[in-house]
Each structure stands twice: as C-alpha cells, then as structure tokens.
Design a binder for this molecule. Sequence first.
Ligand SMILES: Cc1ncc(COP(=O)(O)O)c(C=O)c1O
Length: 379
Amino acid sequence: MNEMDYRASEARYYMPAFSREIMIERGHLSKVWDADGKEYIDCVAGIAVCSTGHCHPEVTRAICEQAARLIHCSNLYYVPGQAELARKLVEITGMHKVFFSNSGAEANDGAIKLARLATGRKNFVAFTHGFHGRTLGSLSVTHKPAIREPFLPLEPSCTFVDYGDLHALEKAVDGSVAGVFVEPIQGEAGVIIPPDGFIAGIREICDRHGVLMIVDEVQTGMGRTGKWLAIHHTGIEPDIVTLAKGIASGFPMGALLAREGLEFKRSEHGSTFAGGPLACAAARATIGVIEQVLPDIPAKGKRFTNLLSAHKPRSRGLMIGFHVGNDCPAVQKKCAENGVLVNCAADGNLRLVPPLVITNDEIDQAAAVINAAIAGIGE
Ligand SMILES: Cc1ncc(COP(=O)(O)O)c(C=O)c1O
C-alpha cells in the first residue's frame, strides 16, 4: 500500500485517538527511516521503549530464535525463559519476586491489587502531574484532568498531592490508604526531578502509617537514568516497583516487583499473555545489551546536557527535559524536518529519551539540530 492509500485507510478505519505525521518504516539502533527513505536520529525511542535501539541484532536474534521454537504456551505451564528472566530482574532491582504483565498500566493495576490484598485498605495517594497509565485502575492514580475526568467516577479512590510536598502527603495519608504511587522522576510531566529528600520522606511517611510505597519505574527504569532503577540513586527501598517500556526493547511487556513478604497467592492474579516466551526472550536479550552500555549512560547524558546547557536541562542519565514553552510543537516539527525526532511532553517541555546505545556522534548531531531549531523558532 502506498503512503497516500495508507493514510486514507487509517483515517477511515482506525479510531482517531492519536495525532501523527511521520510514517516510520524501518530502524537500526538509534536511527529510523521514513517511507521516503529520510533518515532520523531517534531521541524519542518509542517514548523510552527502544532502550537497545531499533532491531538490535542480539534482541532480534533472541526473538527470532524463540519464535521458531515456541511462541506461546500459557501460564498453565512452565514458560521457557520466564524463571531466568524473573531471577535476573530480581538480581538487578534488589526486589524479591516478580509478576509479569503486558504493559505499564497493567503492572500498575497489579500493584493496586497487591497493595489492597496486603493492607486490607482501599484508597491510594498519588502526585500532581503524575502518569501511571490509562486502564481504569491505573487511570485512577493518574493525575492529568483531561484524560481522567471523562471517566469519573474512578475506582480506587485517589487523593492527589503536589509532587515534592511532604507536608501535603503527611496530611493525605491515613488508615484508609493502601499505597502511595510515585514516579522517581516524572516523565510525561516533562522530566521533573523531585527535591532532595522527597523519596526518603515518602518512605518514612509510608512506614509510619503502614502504607505501601509503590515506585513507578515504567519510564525511568531499566538503565535509563544510569542505574537499573532511578530509585537506586536514592538508596531507598520501595515495597513495589513497576516496570515496562524499556524492559524488552519494544516487545510488549511489563512487570511488577515486590519486596519479601508481598506476593500474589494462587488465583489472586493472572494473565493469558504476560511473561510469554517471546517477551521473556526479548527482555533477557535487552538486559544483556543494557549491561554492556550501562556504565556509559552518565557520561552520555552529561555530554547531551552540556551541549544543551543554554536551555537549562533537567536530567538524569539519558532522560532529559527542558522548558521550551508554547513553541514546543514547532521545535519538534523543525527538528524532524532536520532529521531528529524529539517529543513534547506536558506543559511545553521538550523530552529526550534516546536509545541507551546512542553514540557520541549522534548526540552531537542531535544537539546541534535541537539548538538550531530553538534558535530558529525564537527569531
Ligand atoms: C511512568 C509511567 N507509568 C505508566 C505508564 C503506562 O504504561 P503503558 O503505556 O505501557 O500502559 C507510562 C506510559 O507512558 C509511564 O510513563
């Protein structure tokens, strides 16, 4: 189908929930090519998903080899590769056990269920501008009014307090609260880094009230910030961690990990597809690649932010954001015209979450295009 016919078919047959312009046809590591053969450096990476870049040979090989052997068998049986992946995730996160899902939202739904089971309480507290997903459970702890309000009333009941405000959190937490949901760095909000001591303060308040601390690392996890989890920069141990996005290089997968003593018992949770053979193969290969590049992430992040210093970037590792304002969509468009994909997150913040395998040359080229786009728009 040619590009015109494709666009017409999409308009006629696909529900218009997304707005999109570019048709990406293929990718290799940090580069993608559109239907006209135009090349881009991809600083979006499927929004922090393609951690090993596009079609990394080790990930592609693992998926293809597994696809030739067994694509699906059901969690009624031992799934090839699942226990190895569970062990690896436990080792790199420092948590105790894992349960797989197919997405970040579903991992957070699992966390809601586990927290209710463990505490016997019903309600949650989360933070303003936080994003945890769009299923009905995860949407109830997601703040953005525009995506939440059309679906009210939502269950479970959630109180939102300002990100960074421990006094407000203290007031909101009482004996009805099962868990506090927090992103260690807010991604959809535009890479917002909380004040020092915030994560430790949440831990302390949760401990005092017997409330579970649920850390959503769907965007920040799997090496993005230079450590396996962003929470590892703080030394704080959460009760539950959720992962997805970068875990399997774009093969759909999520996971919730819990500390010792917190687990689903028989029949308390389940999923047809979650933790299937292909997803586990993709995730194991992804972790192998990230292990190789993880030591370089802080220096690569620093290189990128130094080149963008005029815009006062907020960053940790290869998770970078800065305020552009109302011109953000125009900057995004200009960058794409000049061969760099970037993404506008909330409130006029430009977000850069490139593949963790991005090279220094690609960083230099991308930064030059971004700086020129902002300078050009400002004129
Ligand atoms: C922090 C965070 N949590 C949860 C989600 C939802 O993940 P998914 O889209 O895989 O359901 C996202 C997606 O952007 C996210 O950034």
